[in-house]
Design a protein around this ligand. Structure first.
Ligand code: ADP
Ligand code: MG
Length: 780
């Protein structure tokens, strides 16, 4: 809220108005934003009736007011909505206050700040009207195809406009957001792979490991790249060229990074300038940053063989924009306009004139003070100024007798009196008027400068994005250099070959053991990984996915060699951490997620399945895991399948393409040592009891467990899938007694057993049924 009237002129209470409503999604204050993260507000619209084809799906729009990004898209399923929202991570989600336009309930709105706004915003005509008006289009079709997504965009615009009281200078374009031609990362995979900080994962994310960007724009773009890996090898290779160039060219890289470190967040500075929220120092920060552009250009432009991706041919130094600010704004201005002294000397003649006059008047005041001291003989006489009484002559008590008759009393203090004279009043009037005039003129100039800069917004944004991209090339090159990464070969094949791959996040550890990976469907398509707990299975699977992802964002990878046949989607099925929150049983969640994966995966996808089937009894678990492995094998996604079910190691016998791998473990004096090395073949034992001992289970339990294991293994040998159900606990002593003698089998059962229902005709079936019935009657 601010006063919107001059207090001096106001009658009664000074009028105040709400100038802006601050909401989490519309922040523009730098101190409230994270520099390397966009701050999005999103709106969702769903037409329950799906009244026309364009109303199918759920409309999504999102906006970062601080940078001016404004996008829209349509999601075909709730999963897709979740996918988009988990990527953009909006701070605020706008929904219609009546139930009609709201999307069906889903987990994607959990822990989001929801803002319910007037249902009117979501009316088709209202939304379209606002969009066409804001973007000055003839009709909505000039902006995009009509649909629920544009309605969401219109409603979002209405909400932000209301909060901003119409000040929307940054929002100059509305662009479609598309996941087309990009790798899809399932929201759960994004979480499991710890790509970016979220919820309870703050540390140990891939983003933190590979972020060596030195500008805020670069930091934001890195986050975007990381969550939107490319599919086209050509595009990926283009990025690689940029990275390789700076990887080889150390001196240039270091020197460029030094230059760029001096660069402020020009994108958000521009945002504040366009939203009339900039202070004088923001303009100076922008100018100083723009002055670095020629310096950077000189460095990259003078090199031979700078890849086109760096954008040298279309470089724009923006001298004119920097010049506008440089000529008008003092190099070291006060923080606020109110303090004055913001506009340079010599910029505006009218301003210079008043300032000169002001200076003149000040010396007149000094003159008056000197003259009056002589005239009255009062050495301590002072000419001073204060806010309430303006200019006055101050004389202390002791000298009051010497006061000349033309002094007019203004104020009495305990020890002094304050006076004025007609001459002083006149100077005062002129001076106060000058102050006001200067203030007004400075504000006018400042506003004009801001407008001139805003007019060049497109060009500044272009350069901001160029700087961000350059920053990413430098960052990838720097990370590759520091961590000794290699440039992967990326192509359209299905082969994934990684030699001495490492987990990018855990690689920081000195003792990290590198491992190889090889996929070449259909010969090697599913890696079945066994090995005891703690062997390194989960880490290894994550490592493969992270290396693939890094390759597809254009980064180098932690391996000594790598060939990556691009992956279109990454899925993970790991643990069931958030199962309870969603109110489903662990196993139900596991199976729901599994079903989703099987529905969406293609032969190009990469699937990580970690210990599938844990949530149910062993035999159910084994059967489901087995069937799923077979299914994936048939449909052909490259898959890493870690399991503690040794039974599954039989799969490769009947399925070429499924291969056994295990993690090496050495037994040393009754202890086990994890070598963390993967090798082909199934593991022989699971070492669960040893791990239990390592974890500190009491010795008597370990001892007892070993005995039970011995007995179980013996039974297992006699009848592999005997009536033993390890899922039932506790294990009872008599479970291990000799199995009871089998009852004599009835002829009816025997006959039933012999029937192959797929090989008989309905007529035969009826005949057989009749025979069986007859037989059964005899038996009783
Ligand atoms: P599993 O899934 O087989 O139970 P994890 O992947 O959880 O095993 O790994 C167990 C531990 O071993 C983790 O603490 C991990 O940091 C460590 N580890 C895993 N792989 C390696 C490796 N290649 N080199 C060094 N340590 C590793
Ligand atoms: Mg594990």
């Amino acid at each position: 809220c601010e006063q919107v009237e001059d207090p001096a002129q106001a009658k009664g209470i000074v009028q105040r108005e709400v100038l802006r409503v601050i909401t989490p999604g519309t922040l523009i204050e730098p101190e409230l934003l994270s520099p390397k993260e966009n701050n999005y507000v999103a709106a969702l619209h769903w037409d329950k009736k799906q009244s026309s084809p364009s109303m199918k799906g759920i409309g999504i729009a999102f906006m970062d007011l601080s940078t001016g990004e404004f996008r829209f898209c349509r999601a075909d399923s709730l999963e897709e909505v979740e996918g988009v929202l988990s990527k953009i991570n909006p701070r605020e989600v706008v929904l219609s206050e009546d139930g009609k336009g709201q999307p069906p309930p889903g987990a994607f709105l959990e822990d989001k700040a929801i803002r319910y706004v007037s249902a009117r915003y979501f009316l088709k005509d209202e939304a379209y009207r606002l969009l066409t008006q804001h973007f000055q289009a003839h009709s909505i079709t000039a902006i995009g195809e009509e649909g629920s997504d544009l309605i969401a965009a219109g409603a979002l615009l209405a909400h932000v406009k209301e909060a901003q009281k119409g000040v929307m200078g940054t929002i100059t374009t509305l662009q479609p957001y598309t996941l087309h031609n990009l790798m899809r990362i399932h929201p759960l995979a994004q979480q499991h792979l710890h790509l970016v900080p979220s919820g309870d994962t703050k540390e140990g994310t891939l983003l933190q490991v590979i972020d060596k960007t030195v500008t805020a724009m670069g930091g934001r773009l890195l986050r975007h790249w990381l969550l939107h890996p490319l599919l086209s090898p050509a595009e990926i290779i283009k990025r690689q060229e940029g990275v390789s160039f700076f990887h080889k060219n150390h001196a240039l890289r270091l020197s460029l990074r030094d230059s760029m470190k001096k660069m402020a967040d020009i994108e958000r500075l521009l945002g504040r300038i366009s939203l009339n929220a900039a202070n004088p120092r923001d303009l100076i920060a922008l100018k100083t940053s723009l002055f670095i552009l020629p310096e950077i250009f000189k460095k990259v432009g003078s090199e031979v063989g700078t890849p086109t991706a760096v954008g040298v041919p279309t470089w724009d130094n923006l001298d004119d924009v920097a010049g506008i600010i440089d000529r008008a704004i003092c190099p070291d201005p006060p923080l606020s306009m109110k303090d004055g002294g913001v506009i340079c000397e010599g910029y505006l003649p009218a301003l210079d004139e008043i300032r000169a006059f002001q200076k003149d008047a000040r010396s007149t005041l000094t003159g008056i003070e000197l003259r009056e001291r002589q005239r009255t003989g009062i050495e301590s006489l002072k000419v001073r100024y204060n806010q309430v009484f303006g200019y006055y002559i101050e004389v202390t008590e002791t000298h009051l007798k010497k006061i000349p008759p033309d002094y007019i009393r203004k104020q009495t203090l305990t020890r002094a009196e304050r006076f004025t004279t007609p001459e002083l009043t006149e100077v005062e009037d002129r001076l106060l008027g000058a102050d006001e005039k200067i203030c007004r003129l400075e504000a006018e100039v400042f506003k004009k400068v801001c407008e001139s800069v805003s007019c060049q917004a497109r060009r500044i944004q272009e350069m901001s994005s160029k700087i961000a991209t350059l920053d990413l090339f430098l960052s990838f090159a720097e990370v590759a250099h520091q961590n000794r990464y290699t440039c992967p070969v990326v192509n359209d094949d299905l082969v994934i070959r990684i030699v001495e791959g490492k987990h990018p996040v855990l690689d920081k550890r000195l003792s990290f053991v590198p491992n190889d990976t090889f996929f070449d469907p259909p010969d090697s398509q599913l890696m079945l990984i066994t090995g005891p707990n703690m062997a390194g299975k989960s880490t290894y699977m994550q490592q493969v996915a992270l290396i693939v992802l890094m390759a597809q964002i254009g980064s180098f990878v932690p391996a000594s060699e790598a060939t990556i046949g691009v992956v279109d989607q990454i899925f993970t099925r790991v643990g069931a951490a958030d199962a309870l929150i969603r109110g489903m049983s662990t196993f139900m969640v596991e199976m729901t997620e599994m079903a989703q994966i099987l529905r969406q995966a293609t032969p190009r996808s990469l699937i990580l399945l970690d210990e599938l089937g844990r949530g149910t009894s062993t035999f159910d678990g084994i059967s489901i895991a087995w069937a799923i492995a077979e299914h994936i094998h048939r449909h052909g996604a490259r898959t890493l399948f870690a399991t503690h079910y040794h039974e599954l190691t039989q799969l490769p016998r009947s399925h070429t393409g499924i291969r056994n791998y295990h993690f090496l473990v050495r037994e040393y004096k009754d202890e086990i040592v994890f070598l963390r090395r993967i090798t082909e073949g199934g593991a022989d034992r699971s070492y669960g009891i040893e791990v239990g001992r390592l974890a500190g289970l009491p010795p008597e339990i370990i001892k007892r467990a070993k005995i039970i294991l011995g007995e179980l293994t013996a039974i297992d040998l006699r009848s592999p899938l005997s009536s033993l159900s390890p899922g039932t606990s506790p294990v009872q002593e008599d479970l291990f007694a000799a199995p009871p003698p089998l009852p004599a089998i009835s002829p009816v059962l025997k006959a039933l057993q012999a029937i192959d229902p797929t090989a008989i005709t309905p007529m035969q079936a009826i005949q057989i049924l009749a025979d069986l019935a007859e037989q059964a009657r005899k038996e009783i």
